[in-house]
Design a protein around this ligand. Structure first.
Ligand code: HEC
Ligand SMILES: [Cu+2]
Length: 352
């Protein structure tokens, strides 16, 4: 039989690449796998016990030895045993899983933040320094990376099997996931939520690099403008600075230094200013009215893309004291990312 060289090559590649499990390439991966193998072992044990009893009883109580069926009354001891032992095992799994869950969903405070926007059918990645990628994610190894993700249309799910992370990407809400890659390499990136015709093509590559290589990559792919600088431009062009200019007499509250703090609302409650709150304040300002201000802010629903909102959020993150909007607008040559003082990087972010 003649096998075409292409098919032969494919077969060979398939055989050499064959793996039952993806590589463990993040700090969390070995912990996830241990729990997973524990679950497999418990299940196998259960299967073995059931199979053994099935065969044993079939032989022991076969018809020629026991022609008459005999009613056997229950045994409390036996019932208690088969209730308590599985319960104990399930509780172990629950506590173990919960501990792991908290670890996975609670990013370290020094994590470097990268934004991801999912849309039919691609992943758009935005680094704080302004680097944009599509269906690719470049990251340094050896430091925690947090992804802040949102969908522009339907539900998607962001998954990197080699890092054992997966998180829903939802329209209208930021979700986060974090990981720390341990080995340089190129890994699969998948959408794991059926999201329409080309769902299966919503895939990409994660490139984990040594820190110095990552540094080189960020320098090589910068667009010259950080997200915060883009945000500053939008802030000015949408006229936000007409009401938010940081001066006492302005019609809107100062946005400098609010990020990560609690603000008082007109209904007497307080709220934490995070990414979600900022986004909501822009799209749906009447949902929370800042104490001491009139509800005059117009809604920007439908006027700013998710990317634009990310830029604004990133701009307000870093807004410390003085707004430099006018200055930036009047400067024909925009300052480079490194020279940008209006929007300092949040702690833990790499300098582009
Ligand atoms: C017509 C004036 C006006 C304009 C224009 C305006 N805002 Fe506002 N903004 C306000 C007022 C007044 C409040 C406080 C009352 C409220 O929460 O609705 C506010 C609240 C906010 C808050 C919540 C701040 C806090 O401390 O709770 C954010 C964030 C915000 N605006 C961002 C923006 C952005 C971004 C733009 C431009 C896309 C913008 N605003 C345009 C008047 C304005
Ligand atoms: Cu998808």
């Amino acid at each position: 039989m003649h096998i075409s060289p292409v098919l032969w090559q494919f077969l060979q590649k398939w055989l050499t690449d064959f793996a039952l499990f993806p590589k463990e390439a993040s700090t969390i991966a070995p912990y996830m796998d241990t729990l997973y193998f524990f679950l497999v072992a418990v299940s196998l044990f259960g299967v073995a016990v059931v199979l053994f009893l099935l065969v044993f009883f079939s032989v022991r109580y076969r018809r020629d030895r026991h022609p008459e069926a005999v009613q056997i009354e229950g045994s409390t001891l036996l019932e208690a045993t088969w209730t308590i032992i599985p319960l104990a095992i399930f509780l172990v799994v629950f506590v173990w899983g919960a501990l792991l869950y908290f670890r996975i969903y609670d990013p370290p405070t020094n994590a470097m933040n990268i934004y991801v926007v999912g849309k039919q059918w691609m992943w758009k990645v935005e680094h704080p320094g302004g680097q944009h990628e599509i269906d690719e994610l470049h990251i340094p190894i050896g430091r925690p990376i947090q992804l802040t993700m949102i969908s522009q249309d339907v539900f998607h799910s962001f998954s990197i099997p080699a890092f054992r992370v997966k998180r829903e990407v939802i329209p209208g809400r930021y979700t986060t996931v974090w990981f720390e890659a341990t080995e340089p390499g190129t890994y699969h990136l998948f959408c794991t939520q059926y999201c329409g015709t080309d769902h299966s093509a919503m895939i990409g590559e994660v490139v984990a690099m040594k820190p110095e290589d990552y540094e080189r990559w960020t320098q090589g792919s910068t667009s010259g403008m950080s997200l915060a600088q883009n945000g500053e431009r939008i802030f000015a062009s949408m006229g936000c600075n007409a009401c938010h200019n940081g001066e006492g007499a302005s019609r809107g509250p100062s946005l400098a230094d609010v990020y990560g703090k609690r603000v008082a609302l007109s209904d007497g409650s307080t709220v934490m200013v995070d990414d979600a709150y900022l986004r909501e304040s822009i799209l749906n300002p009447s949902a929370h009215i800042t104490a001491g201000y009139a509800p005059i802010m117009p809604t920007y629903q439908g006027q700013i893309s998710e990317d634009g909102l990310i830029d604004l959020v990133e701009y307000i993150h870093g807004l410390q004291s003085n707004y430099r909007v006018q200055q930036t607008l009047n400067t024909t040559k925009l300052p480079t990312a490194g020279a940008n003082t209006a929007a300092p990087k949040a702690p833990g972010m790499v300098k582009p």
